[in-house]
Design a protein around this ligand. Sequence first.
Ligand code: ADP
Length: 278
Amino acid sequence: MSEALELYPQGREATGVRWRDRPQPRQGKIEIGNISKSYGAFTALDDVSLTIEPGTVTVILGPSGSGKSTLLRTINHLERVDKGFIQIDGDYVGYRRKGDRLYELKEKAILKQRIQVGYVFQNFNLFPHMTVLENIIEAPIVHGLLKRREAVERAYELLDTVGLREKAQAWPRQLSGGQQQRIAIARALALNPKVMLFDEPTSALDPELVGEVLAVINKLARSGVTMVVVTHEIGFAKQVADRVVFMVDGKIVESGSADRVLNYPVHQRTQKFLQSVL
Ligand code: ADP
């Protein structure tokens, strides 16, 4: 168990989220409160605060090494923070509160908590020794959420969502990178998460395969699950994001509606970054 953390409940950022024209779900609110994270002397996250409203899509942009992936991993407690806190729907992620200090949860409790957060990795990370169907049904069965028959039924629904029903019995190595990533998305959805985190989901793909994965993510954006996406795909951000957060050197330097940040960036670093990627 790591040392108890000080709580820093103040200093939360105003949200200003642009709501989409869809029913507002009540689950999947993420509260990031003054988190910091260092690797030795290097500060990867420096006092980051962010409130993400349920059902919204937040795209995190920034140059390489600015802390985007680290921030995403802290939301799932794949990375411990040195300071501050993260809450999903009011529950501390990775910790329990006692008085004004936070104590890290035991591994089992952390794993249980992680069920509510789907994570899609850059390199898909499918289980190579399992078929597509087995990849998708494994977690809901292991966690005791669904019986095998129900899990299979749900897996076929998800395969329809990502357009790959015919690949149910295929092995991951028989699929293209784009197809593998679509299966990875279906697998993450199988646990019915409140929150989906995407860590550069298209950056390992050949350019011609990027579109099919972004199309699946775009489709999910209308499903009510809260999504946080680290990507360099500015066109996708313009099309899908409710909100864009721009990071440099472990700090959020600019955040607002996709239109505001991408078309009218205020901060010089944002302007420079957008000029370099467009
Ligand atoms: P980004 O996603 O914006 O490219 P990251 O969050 O991956 O940035 O990394 C931020 C910085 O933290 C990078 O300089 C990286 O080298 C460093 N870093 C990330 N993970 C580790 C680690 N486990 N150990 C040491 N340094 C790390």
